[in-house]
Design a protein around this ligand. Structure first.
Ligand code: HEM
Length: 393
């Protein structure tokens, strides 16, 4: 039997920002798709439904001229389907090749981590958000994009403003103003850097774009770089912090990972399943369709809550628990289908093989500070915004 999409009016937007997981559970149990008034969006929360949607891009399109990402960043390949998407994706591919990651990026990212963690060694406490994860993610992405001699804080500010704008489902005017300003500033920085990368080909993303596809219009270059600034900084930052948080809150698991370093990759996968840095992304329904018994009309905007799917009890046992020993099972934190995250392997390397192992190895007896508990926030994008820790100097 097919039913219309139910409407929920009693969820405050602040509840989603503070802790979306009780809301996600309620929506998952209620129906395959539910319109949440405060989010102004129909949300899909079940693992199998999102997987099915991502296998059918003709029915569930990433292309949506009205999407907030397009509004803030311009016509990016992340919000295109088929050939148009493939052109943009192919243009950045040289920077993400496994050999380039291993031989070119890994030594650079290791050097960045060594400097930041080396600086921490002089103290005995810090907030890992500002002291490690934010600069680590920002400096790595500055290098990957090919922006030179720019303070990491600038890229971090642009990234935050752009993703706040892309997640501005409550239509806050100040968030929109900051996002549009960041967007204009990124355009200026790209324009200033392009000639250097055109005349000196190198593994950076700007260089890949201008040299792999010399015909790519400047609007597409700008929009695609903004997607990478929005998608390539806060997510690895949040993944670093979530992984560290999960381990510090579960000392037995932490000890087993430290005793068996081969567990680091599973620990990273578990961290992004447990608290997915991108909790929701949108798709547009291109024809009237039945989704597991829910009638979705043509043109409907839906939000795929991968953060909810990654805690779907029909797929993951005891899903709210952080458990690095859970049986290996694919999750949706890096998306699925044609738009599967381009930065997956770079993130697996940076977070799971470089930063987190080095942090625990160099800072002895790393632990949470009881008097300053961590703060985790967000639902479209989610992660610790503060992670105060202490260690033995
Ligand atoms: C733990 C870290 C990360 C997570 C959890 C993550 C998650 C995701 C997700 C869920 C998507 C799909 C979005 C959609 O379809 O709307 C995506 C796409 C994307 N990500 Fe990531 N990401 C991470 C790191 C990175 C990094 C470091 C980069 C670049 C340096 C990056 C670049 C991209 C790009 C370019 C896309 C668009 C792909 C396409 O449309 O074909 N991501 N990411």
């Amino acid at each position: 039997m097919t039913s219309t999409v139910p409407v929920v009016t009693d969820i405050a937007y602040q509840d989603l920002l503070d802790d979306p997981y009780p809301v996600f559970r309620r929506l998952r149990e209620m129906a395959p798709a539910v319109f949440v008034e405060s989010a102004r969006l129909t949300l899909v929360t079940r693992f199998d439904d999102i997987t099915r949607i991502e296998r059918d891009p003709a029915t569930y399109s990433a292309d949506n001229p009205a999407s907030l990402v397009n509004r803030v960043m311009g016509p990016t390949f992340m919000r295109k389907d088929g050939a148009e998407h493939a052109i943009g994706r192919k243009a950045i591919e040289p920077s993400f090749r496994p050999a380039t990651i291993k031989e070119y990026w890994a030594p650079k990212f290791t050097a960045i981590a060594e400097t930041l963690i080396g600086d921490l060694s002089a103290a005995d406490e810090a907030d890992l958000f500002a002291a490690l994860a934010a600069p680590m993610a920002s400096l790595s992405l500055l290098a990957m994009i090919g922006f030179r001699e720019m303070p990491w804080q600038i890229l971090a500010e642009w990234s935050q403003a752009l993703i706040d704008g892309a997640g501005n489902y409550a239509a806050d005017a100040e968030i929109e103003r900051k996002a549009m300003q960041a967007s204009a500033d990124v355009d200026t920085a790209i324009d200033a850097a392009l000639e250097l990368h055109r005349s000196n080909p190198n593994p950076s993303i700007l260089s890949s774009m201008v040299n792999a596809d010399p015909q790519m219009p400047i609007e597409a270059i700008r929009a695609n770089i903004k997607v990478i600034i929005g998608g390539g900084l806060n997510e690895p930052r949040d993944a670093i912090l979530t992984l560290v948080l999960g381990l510090l809150e579960n000392p037995v698991q932490k000890d087993s990972v430290l005793a068996k370093p081969e567990l680091w990759p599973s620990a990273l996968e578990e961290a992004v399943r447990w608290i997915s840095p991108i909790g929701m992304y949108p798709r547009r329904v291109t024809r009237s369709v039945d989704l597991s018994g829910a009638a979705l009309p043509e043109g409907l905007q839906i939000g795929l809550c991968v953060g909810a799917a990654n805690r779907d009890g029909s797929r993951f046992a005891d899903p709210d628990r952080f458990d690095v020993t859970r049986p290996k099972q694919s999750h949706l934190a890096f998306g699925a289908g044609p738009h599967f995250c381009a930065g997956t392997w770079v993130s697996r390397l940076t977070v799971g093989k470089i930063v987190a192992p080095m942090l625990f190895e160099r800072l002895r007896n790393l632990r949470l500070r009881e008097e300053a508990p961590p703060v985790v926030r967000g639902w479209v994008f989610r992660g610790p915004v503060s992670l105060p820790v202490r260690w033995d100097s």
